[in-house]
Design a protein around this ligand. Structure first.
Ligand SMILES: Cc1cc2nc3c(=O)[nH]c(=O)nc-3n(C[C@H](O)[C@H](O)[C@H](O)COP(=O)(O)OP(=O)(O)OC[C@H]3O[C@@H](n4cnc5c(N)ncnc54)[C@H](O)[C@@H]3O)c2cc1C
Length: 481
């Protein structure tokens, strides 16, 4: 090991790479991290998770959206919201997160090497500086590839960053469009569609699939579709885009989207969001004896080792589930495995947070999955309107749904749509992880008034549906008893 420049070399400074580097540094290893962008943080901090979630908060605040249920749709904190208003908040948060990340790396003595990494051989990596012809070679005993993904681009579409944008550059729009077509109703497309709709932008959402987010509970998706339509979003599902062109008409510079069905959609701007491809193109994988699949992704085993055991791959570059949350954990686990440190994790039980408006979160299995697997179950539900906190915050449409095993009553899944869903889900996640029964919620005292009380109401609802001696339900108007 002494012959190598480093014990561990990490490629990529997104959440997966950061966590791998810091975990190894905590184990007293000599660690370097290579990043080709001028700033650390990856897609997560610079163009993806953090800016989109900050944009969402800025929109919810400035539009007064959360209080429309109480004060009416005309209530706003600011009229004529501009892209600058929104960018002000995103730039502030992104700048802070980049600084925190860089500081964490430095504090843990991780050497940050600026440049694009590529393999020379399985233990040697060339780092080519982006703005000069300078290159240097470094070697490492172990390597972690955390290079993430890039937007999948259709060569026939001219992305100009003004009228036709990807999720990487949508925040750079100079003006808030009056109308926006979102091509691709995956998580990212849906999030942006609902965020812009909350600002009053006329949004059309196109997807070739007939159902939104097939992995999410059908009832939750029905609620989401209801909210999208309320926000005047036009859903064009089961439709394929056959072309996109930039046009100038009486309303100015716009985009015309052609659908295979012959329909056309004209809007001020279009967001093309049909997926992402593993960022492995510049790594010269062949020099290390590796190859990526047709979507640029690297196959790994349960320890995140690639086909070459001392080279690990973590985060979005290995594909599903492609979340910042799981990427961090994979980075930590890979570093522990590389240096023989035992680490346990329950990655199978990770929650999903979908930051559409309204927010969705889930953990465990859906009704559809359980039916397919032949597992008998019962369901308990609580609507936010039944809970005092729901009334106080003005969210009368939120829903929390518990699914539990018919025989053992063990919790099997938690599905939530509404304010705070992505925080609330962790209560259910803990009970799921410990194999707890639905009665846990019946027998637990929650702070009052909180949204967490939905767990208790849903549990009462579910237990009472079993047809056994009914339990006294919360005596709130409208509660299922
Ligand atoms: C719009 C959007 C919203 C999202 N929202 C959420 C969310 O709410 N919650 C959530 O959990 N996840 C979310 N995600 C997903 C999340 O951003 C990713 O899962 C996460 O960033 C993956 O982390 P990573 O470390 O694998 O890669 P990345 O964050 O993509 O970082 C990879 C880094 O590697 C660098 N790199 C690549 N190749 C090289 C090379 N050859 N040499 C040197 N450096 C290289 C890149 O420049 C980049 O900085 C979102 C993604 C997008 C696009």
């Amino acid at each position: 090991m002494a012959g190598f420049t480093y014990d561990l070399l990490v490629v990529g400074s997104g959440p997966a790479g950061q966590r791998a580097a810091i975990q190894a540094a905590k184990l007293n290893k000599r660690v370097a991290l290579v990043e080709r962008k001028a700033v650390v943080g990856g897609v997560c901090i610079n163009t993806g998770t953090i800016p989109s979630k900050t944009l969402r908060e800025a929109v919810l605040y400035l539009s007064g959206y959360r209080l429309h249920g109480l004060y009416g749709a005309s209530y706003t904190v600011k009229q004529n919201i501009t892209m600058e208003d929104l960018q002000f908040r995103t730039q502030h948060v992104v700048g802070h997160e980049v600084d925190v990340t860089r500081h964490q790396l430095l504090r843990n003595r991780v050497e940050v090497l600026a440049g694009t990494a590529s393999f020379v051989d399985p233990h040697t990596i060339k780092v080519a500086e982006v703005d000069s012809h300078l290159t240097r070679e470094v070697s490492a005993d172990k390597v972690v590839l955390a290079t993430g993904t890039e937007v999948t681009r259709d060569e026939s579409i001219h992305f100009d960053g003004k009228r036709i944008v990807s999720s990487d550059d949508i925040l750079g729009l100079q003006q808030l469009p009056r109308s926006l077509t979102v091509v691709g109703a995956g998580v990212i497309g849906l999030e942006y569609a609902s965020i812009f709709a909350a600002l009053g932008v006329r949004v059309t959402l196109v997807d070739k699939r007939h159902r939104l987010l097939p992995f999410v509970d059908a009832e939750v998706i029905d609620t989401l579709a209801y909210h999208l339509r309320e926000a005047r979003v036009t859903l064009r599902l089961g439709e394929e885009v056959s072309g996109m062109e930039q046009i100038t008409d009486a309303f100015g510079d716009r985009v015309r989207i052609h659908l295979a069905s012959g329909k056309q959609i004209i809007s001020d701007a279009a967001l093309y969001s049909v997926g992402r491809t593993g960022a492995t193109g510049s790594l010269d994988l062949g020099a290390a004896g590796l190859s990526a699949d047709d979507r640029g992704r690297l196959p790994v085993n349960e320890h995140y080792q690639t086909a070459v055991p001392h080279i690990y791959a973590v985060g979005d570059v290995i594909g599903f589930p492609s979340l910042a949350s799981t990427s961090m954990e994979q980075g930590r686990l890979a570093a522990c495995h590389a240096f023989g440190v035992p680490a346990t994790s329950v990655p199978a039980l990770f929650p999903y947070g979908i930051y559409s408006i309204p927010e969705i979160s889930m953990v465990g299995r859906t009704e559809e999955e359980l039916t397919e697997q032949g597992v008998p179950y019962e369901v308990g539900k609580a609507h936010y309107r039944e809970i005092a906190r729901g009334q106080i915050i003005g969210d009368s449409t939120g829903l929390l749904k518990l699914i539990f095993d018919l025989d053992s009553h063990a919790l099997l899944g938690v599905h939530i749509i509404g304010e705070g869903a992505s925080e609330l889900v962790h209560i259910g996640q803990a009970v799921l992880a410990f194999g707890g029964p639905v009665e846990y919620f019946v027998n637990t005292v929650f702070n009052y008034p909180t949204l967490a009380e939905c767990y208790k109401t849903a549990a009462f609802d579910g237990v009472n549906r079993l047809g056994q001696a009914p339990l006294e339900s919360l005596s709130v108007p409208g509660a299922a008893a």
